[in-house]
Each structure stands twice: as C-alpha cells, then as structure tokens.
Unconditional design. Structure first.
Length: 255
C-alpha cells in the first residue's frame, strides 16, 4: 500500500535468507500511508459517484421524439410526436378567441380547455392593464392525470404544452405560469403555493384588478363568472349593494 502511494521506508537492511538476497524495510509508522490511502480512495469514490450521478441525470433527460415547425423559423423539439395536434388546436383556438375578445371588449379569456384527450390543461390569457399595460400573461393549469394514465407520458405531454404555448401565443416564456389542479383531502382545490407569487394588473368592464398568477391554482378572478359580474354591476347601479358571498371581491368592485 505504501509503495503504491510513493512512500519511502525509514531504513532498509540487506539479508540473505535461504541464500537468497532480500531486504527488510523499517517504517516508523504506516498511519500517514493509511491516511493517504483512505483519502485517495475516498476521492476516487467521490469521482465515481459524481460520474454515476451525471450519467443518471443525463439518462433522466429524455431525447426529443420529434421537431415541430410552428412558423417562427425555429424548429421546436417535443417529447410526444402527437403534440403537433395540440399546437394546431391551440393556434386555431387562439385565432378565433382573439377575434371574439376584440369584438366583445374582453381582455382576459380562456383559449384552451382540455380540448384533446391526453392534453388535459386549461390555458387562460391575461392582457395586462395599468402598470402592466402592453404585457400579456398566460396561465396554464394542468388537470392532474388519473391513476390509469401513465405518469411519465403525462409529464411529457405537459412539458410539450409548456414548450408550445408561449410560441403559439407569442408570449415570452417568463410570462407563462403553470400549476396542477388537483383536489386535496376535503375536496379543496384552493391551495396556497407558499412563497411563490406573481401579481399582475388586468382590466374588466373599466375596473382594474390584481391577479396572482403563481400563488394559488386560481388567480383571483374567475373568467367564467365574467357575465355574472357584469350583471351585478348593472343591477346594483344607483343603489346600495351588500355582498354576503364575497370571495375575492370582484363582484363588489363591479357594483
């Protein structure tokens, strides 16, 4: 072991047992050699462990299965070849919904709601107002896959959704926020995301609202209640209004 570590003995004595030349080597202590050997083997073990971890990390990153041409001149790699159908559906939906939103004067609306089997997500578009004027934000809420769906395939589809959505909608990736919608015990889906929070300002019927795109599964303004809020505003005009069922207060603002 000491020779392998390039250590030298303190003294060497020549002897001739059985008329054969030999040498006795005298070492003061092998503690230093043992320590060096342990350190060397430890380093080797760490290097081997690091190599294994690197190989595992590399193997955990799946190779793209296809490349999509989304019309921006930059081929987009995807994990599921069928994700092209999602891209086409999202593009079609966005084109039609934008026309409708412009006609109705709506700036926050849903562009996709689990239209295709397997691509189970709700995608909402929010046009910024006030200090966020000129910015567009996208909120992607994944519907948690049932146990009958392969978990890995579901993750790959969601990965493709998040890669395709900003390109098709023309929104910077940093303004796309994703969550998973699942019910906790007790049936509640309004889960706090802890420290994560991103608040943006949007407009509806002439009023400004703050939406939290990252803190909860829902942003604070329920887009499917838009007509109800508008109706409340019309019915409460010129009178007093007491909201006994307030949650985020958006109907109260309309009143």
């Amino acid at each position: 072991m000491a020779r392998a570590l390039h250590a030298e003995p303190a003294r060497s004595i020549a002897v001739m047992p059985n008329n054969e030349e030999a040498a006795l080597e005298v070492w003061h202590s092998l503690d230093h050699a043992a320590a060096a050997f342990e350190a060397a083997t430890s380093i080797n073990a760490e290097e081997q462990s690091t190599d294994v971890e690197d190989e595992a990390a590399a193997s955990s990153m799946p190779e793209p299965a296809a490349t999509l041409d989304l019309g921006d001149g930059k081929p987009l790699p995807v994990l599921i070849p069928g994700s092209e159908q999602f891209a086409n559906r999202l593009r079609k939906n966005a084109r039609l919904r934008r026309k409708w939103a412009k006609r109705e004067g709506v700036s926050c609306y849903r562009v996709y709601d689990a239209d295709l089997p397997g691509y189970a997500a709700a995608i909402d578009l929010y046009a910024g107002a006030g200090e966020d004027e000129g910015k567009t934000f996208v909120h992607v809420a994944e519907y948690a896959a049932p146990s009958s769906i392969d978990e890995l395939k579901a993750r790959h589809r969601m990965s493709d959704i998040l890669a395709i959505t900003p390109v098709v909608l023309g929104v910077p990736p940093e303004r796309v926020f994703s969550k998973t919608r699942r019910r906790d015990r007790g049936g509640s889906q309004y889960r706090d995301a802890g420290d994560r929070s991103f608040v943006a300002t949007v407009e509806e019927d002439g009023s400004l609202f703050e939406v939290d795109l990252a803190g909860y599964v829902d942003t604070g303004i329920f887009l499917d209640h838009r007509d109800t809020r508008h109706m409340v505003g019309e019915m409460a005009a010129g009178g007093d209004f007491l909201n006994l069922f307030a949650y985020t207060g958006t109907a109260t603002v309309h009143a």
